[in-house]
Design a protein around this ligand. Structure first.
Ligand SMILES: NC(=O)c1ccc[n+]([C@@H]2O[C@H](COP(=O)([O-])OP(=O)(O)OC[C@H]3O[C@@H](n4cnc5c(N)ncnc54)[C@H](OP(=O)(O)O)[C@@H]3O)[C@@H](O)[C@H]2O)c1
Length: 292
């Protein structure tokens, strides 16, 4: 397959896909495409109202269920209410915060939502999973400096971008260690990560008047691809014939746009010892373990 598009999605009738953060942005586009291909799509969203509004514009069969990844009790409630197989879990939801913000459990928001919430969700749903786990990471992971001794920024001055980048590195390390554990357990479930490229979404602050805000707005206007295009790497990772722990992203312009293919990741994201340590810390923080 040279250029993957939504037309390359197979017939997904009789499959079930859960998409976190499907109320907006890239997740909404991915959920729409999966539903159009015949999957029963569960929009796992923190606002039922926004989820229903998104689902109303989607074809096929969809369902809205509440999941707030910033609250572990909500993650547990979502998983406890699950019955039956899940063919695809798309860990797409992402939070960004301009200042130090904490989840209901006291975690720094971006690490808490982007990594720990999905870590707990995936492990709780694993007994139901039959196909793939695809986690939205980012090539911003290359600028991460994950400090496992101060994950919640209690001892350092908070840096917004660093915290976001760290959470995206955690997404890649999580995927690698998840795949290692799945393989060791003899499971056929695959874990992949995907980078959507540069996409103008609610993730980026807008309306600011500082030079950096204006530069960001200009960059997005000139270089960003559409939300539907941004969903393609996630969809590619969900259905293409790929080895476990693949990382998909756009092919052009330093992986900011273009058709999806496999893309490289940093040496840090390939460090098995760091991935194993992060897994242990994540189990400790969430109280959720690998179930297989
Ligand atoms: N946009 C880019 O250029 C880019 C680049 C690299 C990676 N990514 C990744 O792509 C993924 C999707 O981001 P996006 O760009 O589509 O951003 P977005 O438009 O802001 O969408 C984020 C989605 O996550 C949901 N969400 C936020 N906090 C949540 C929580 N506590 N619990 C459950 N859902 C929550 C949002 O729900 P609401 O609708 O309720 O706000 C929204 O549906 C993220 O993982 C992001 O890191 C994006």
């Amino acid at each position: 397959m040279t250029t993957f598009t939504v037309r390359d999605l197979p017939d997904l009738a009789d499959t079930t896909a859960i998409v976190t953060g499907a109320s907006n942005g890239i997740g909404r586009s991915a959920a729409h495409a999966l539903a159009a291909a015949g999957a029963h799509v569960v929009l796992a969203v923190r606002s039922a109202e926004r989820g229903k509004a998104a689902a109303a514009g989607m074809p096929g069969t969809t369902e809205v269920r509440v999941l707030d990844l910033a609250d572990l009790s909500s993650v547990h409630a979502f998983a406890a209410g699950w019955d039956g197989p899940v063919d695809l879990l798309l860990n797409n939801a992402g939070a960004s915060a301009q200042s130090l913000t904490r989840t209901a459990d006291g975690f720094e928001l971006m690490f808490g939502v982007n990594h720990l919430g999905h870590f707990a969700l995936t492990n709780l749903l694993l007994p139901h999973l039959t196909g793939r786990v695809v986690t939205a990471a980012s090539q911003a992971e290359r600028r991460a400096r994950l400090d496992l001794d101060d994950l919640h920024w209690e001892r350092r001055p908070f840096k917004t971008l660093r915290a976001y980048n760290d959470s995206k590195l955690a997404n890649l390390l999580f995927t690698a260690e998840l795949q290692r554990r799945l393989t060791a357990a003899g499971s056929r479930v695959l874990a992949h990560a995907a980078h959507p490229g540069l996409v103008a979404t609610g993730l980026y602050p807008s309306g600011g008047r500082r030079p950096s805000d204006l530069m960001l707005a200009l960059t997005l206007r000139l270089l960003a691809q559409s939300r539907d295009q941004g969903a393609l790497p996630l969809l590619y990772a969900a259905v293409a014939d790929l080895p476990g722990d693949s990382f998909a992203g756009p092919s052009h312009l330093a992986h900011m746009r273009g058709a999806p293919r496999l893309i490289p990741r940093s040496a840090t994201a390939q460090d098995p010892a760091l991935a194993a340590r992060l897994w242990d810390v994540s189990e400790h923080l969430t109280g959720v373990s690998f179930p297989l």
